[in-house]
Design a protein around this ligand. Structure first.
Ligand code: FAD
Ligand code: SF4
Length: 511
């Protein structure tokens, strides 16, 4: 497969190497690709190091489990330890998690930006100041409503149910250009319609002269006192083992390795924050799913997933959406085996898989284990466990009003619901927290930005307090969860951080 100029993979390495540049960006996802493109366009010499492989659109197929092995970190089997344990997924590829995400593209809610300004002292972050960054991102990622005729019946049932309840339901804005509704977003978009950074900001960065090295895992930052001067690491071989060594010396380093790996990188490199909060403040948007079986043939795989969002309870921190999952993955995620599993999988075409996202009220943390790998820890609060039950009860009411005849719950030991009168059963027993099946794809907040070096890891523009030459531009920056899908917020903040870095561009060039 031909590769773009300036994009290198492990095949290009024949020996250990030392490289130099103005700015080194670590990670090529929502934060890293944007910051790299903006800085390269601004005239700086940029190198991007990405641990994952380069997989162009032509490689993406509907073989879900093969794509998970290729594009997800640890084959998607990552877990935050706590009660209950929370499964989470991250992308590891050129383009990061944007290659496997659902494409929902939402601006940060105004109340959240106000909170960051008011409670965390983040400068220039209110809606009127962020507007031009959102606009720029939306232009480059083609954030738009779907073309007509591309939504699936499961999504229409969700919308119909919400409308019957007179609840607010809106069509999602997605980063897509004429999406055909093949429903493969989480396994790499095979048409290129989803405008992930793989097909937007990365080509733009390369066109402006940035160099991207795939298959390159950064082990630690190079430091001189409190100044970061580059990074070192190893090229990853096809068997996952470390190969050639590299060092990259840079005048400035931007960590965009995501909310789990950025704090781990800082920790491995001995970076200390005056706040002592590197890796703290982990928010997760805990997510639960129900399976709702209908009498009609739903065939939820025929059309884009999450075409709508139910926003009626957004102020309480709940969002609902329909998310079709391929049978190979669903069969591993149900609580059934034997005849019951056979029965539920036979109903696959009549099933709506609907999920709820919760804006969480507590935080966890990321620690570096001996050997350098990160581990997330998170305990769901009793309050949030109750909110998950209440949110699920509302979602079940919606699905029954849309015509569901059976709903499988994410609560261990609870019988399926067979009609709207059963919904009250959700409140008839105490919530058993360890028995809630929770997952997430939104990890945030582990190097929070803000105005106080004693409370925050980064300043309002991502510069790490107490250090020179070190910035962060990824989901780690969020001072709090945002209650909606985070990609566009990360991209807008990255655009803003890059602008701030470019203000020092001449000084950087001269250094
Ligand atoms: C399945 C799924 C569905 C999602 N759906 C949506 C959605 O619809 N809308 C939305 O807004 N958000 C969605 N998200 C979340 C969104 O994609 C992420 O929040 C966002 O991509 C995070 O951006 P980031 O830059 O922090 O990290 P990432 O995009 O994850 O990028 C980090 C990159 O850094 C690389 N890296 C890590 N450590 C190292 C290292 N040591 N050396 C070199 N490289 C390293 C990783 O390999 C990765 O490529 C979804 C996520 C997933 C997983
Ligand atoms: S549904 Fe649309 S965006 Fe998703 S994989 Fe298919 S064509 Fe791509």
């Amino acid at each position: 497969m031909p590769r773009p100029e300036n994009l290198f993979t492990r095949d290009d390495w024949t020996a250990d190497r030392a490289l130099t540049c103005d700015v080194l960006v670590i990670g090529s996802g929502a934060g890293g690709a944007v910051v790299a493109a903006e800085l390269a366009e601004g005239g700086l010499e940029v190198i991007v190091l990405e641990e994952g492989g380069y997989h162009p659109t032509e490689e993406f197929t509907t073989h879900a489990t093969a794509m998970v092995r290729k594009l997800y970190r640890d084959g998607g089997a990552t877990l935050a330890i706590g009660s209950p344990p929370i499964a989470f997924q991250e992308g590891r590829a050129v383009g990061g998690s944007t290659v496997i995400n659902g494409g929902m593209s939402w601006r940060t809610p105004e109340r959240i930006l106000d909170r960051w300004w008011r409670e965390d002292g983040v400068d220039g972050v209110r809606a009127k100041e962020m507007g031009r960054y959102f606009e720029r991102v939306e232009k480059y990622i083609s954030a738009k409503h779907q073309d007509p005729g591309t939504t699936s019946r499961d999504n229409e049932l969700l919308r119909e149910g919400a409308e019957k309840m007179s609840w607010k339901v809106i069509p999602n804005i997605r980063n897509q250009l004429h999406c055909a509704g093949t429903n493969n977003c989480a396994f790499g978009c095979p048409t290129g319609a989803k405008r992930s950074t793989l097909v937007t900001y990365i080509p733009r960065a390369l066109a402006f002269g940035a160099r991207l090295y795939a298959d390159c895992r950064v082990e630690r930052l190079l430091r001189e006192g409190t100044r970061s001067v580059g990074a070192e690491g190893r090229v990853i071989q096809p068997n996952g083992k470390p190969g050639h060594r590299f060092t990259v010396r840079a005048k400035l380093v931007v960590s965009s390795a995501g909310a789990i790996h950025t704090p781990a990188l800082l920790g491995r490199s001995g970076v200390k924050s005056p706040s002592g909060r590197i890796g703290q403040n982990l928010s997760l948007h805990p997510n639960v799913k129900v399976l709702a079986v209908f009498d009609e043939n739903v065939e939820g795989w025929k059309g884009v997933h999450q075409a709508y969002q139910v926003r009626e309870f957004q102020e309480e921190g709940y969002l609902f959406a329909a998310v079709n999952i391929p049978p190979s993955i669903l069969s591993m995620a149900t609580p059934f085996y034997g005849r019951e599993l056979d029965e539920i999988m036979r109903d696959y075409n009549r099933t709506v898989i609907a999920g709820m996202l919760l804006e969480d009220s507590v935080t966890g943390r990321v620690r570096v284990l001996p050997g350098g790998r990160p581990q997330a820890f998170y305990d769901l609060s009793d309050f949030d466990a109750h909110r998950l039950v209440r949110g699920t009860s509302l979602l079940c009411e919606l699905l029954f009003s849309a015509g569901a005849r059976r709903i499988v719950l994410p609560f261990e030991g609870m019988a399926d619901l067979r009609g709207p009168d059963d919904v009250r059963k959700l409140f008839e027993r105490p919530v058993h927290k360890p028995g809630i099946e929770v997952m997430t794809v939104h990890m945030m907040g582990t190097c929070a930005m803000g105005g106080d070096p004693k409370r925050h890891v980064c300043d309002s523009y991502g510069k790490v307090y107490g250090h020179e030459g070190l910035y962060i531009s990824d989901a780690s920056l969020f001072p709090s969860p945002i209650g909606v899908n985070p990609m566009e917020t990360i991209m807008a903040l990255a655009t803003r951080n890059a602008e701030r870095i470019l203000d020092q561009g001449a000084a950087l060039k001269a250094a």
